[in-house]
Design a protein. Sequence first.
Length: 249
Amino acid sequence: MKKYIPNLITLLNVFCGCIATVFAVSNQLEMAALFVFLGIFFDFFDGLAARVLKVQSELGVQLDSLADMITSGLVPGIVMYQLLAMAMGGGWHTGDGVSFSFLYLSDYVPFLGFLITLGSAYRLAKFNIDENQVSSFVGLPTPANALLILSLALIIQYQNNDALNGIILNQWFLIFITVLSTYLLNANIPLFALKFKTWNFKDNAVRYIFLIVSAVLLLTLKFLAVPCIIVFYVAASLVANVDGAKNKS
């Protein structure tokens, strides 16, 4: 029976993604974020459970990507759609219904948010056939990208900063973030994974530093820490890549 445990955990990720989708469509973005966070939690532990129980399987790999497509692909696309709709409509709204007119260009703009969903689908498909992404990633992982997008809604709700709200609810800023995140998902940039083969500091310096900096940022900046952590993650990976190239040469 133990071979079914990781897949059951993955299905809990799917379930959380379905619930998050309902909340995102209803524009209850805080609840959507909560279930995305919970889904990502399950996404982390399904792989860990498979390794501990030694029951890794091709079915598990495919199921994991399908789960990520919902929780970390579809939901952030809907959230960006809602944020763009808010930006075009002048601010936070209840999301009781969708008003659309073929006559107004502004009604089409929110659909750009689904570029994130398209980019996530392409990234996950590539991941499934790439045997090199075991100890590291190529491109931003979909869960990290989902956290980036969801954090924008949480910053608006809980950071209580009018300047930040004004930036986030600017349609050009949101379009830039949409395009940037879609690019990062599929960029040919090696990024380190938080997988520890040993616990010594020398072999895992970049991972330990990343975890410490992330903890400090979360304690001091709250939800604003999430985009800062993503930026630091990419920057730290680039520095580690340069150092690795120097050591090889």
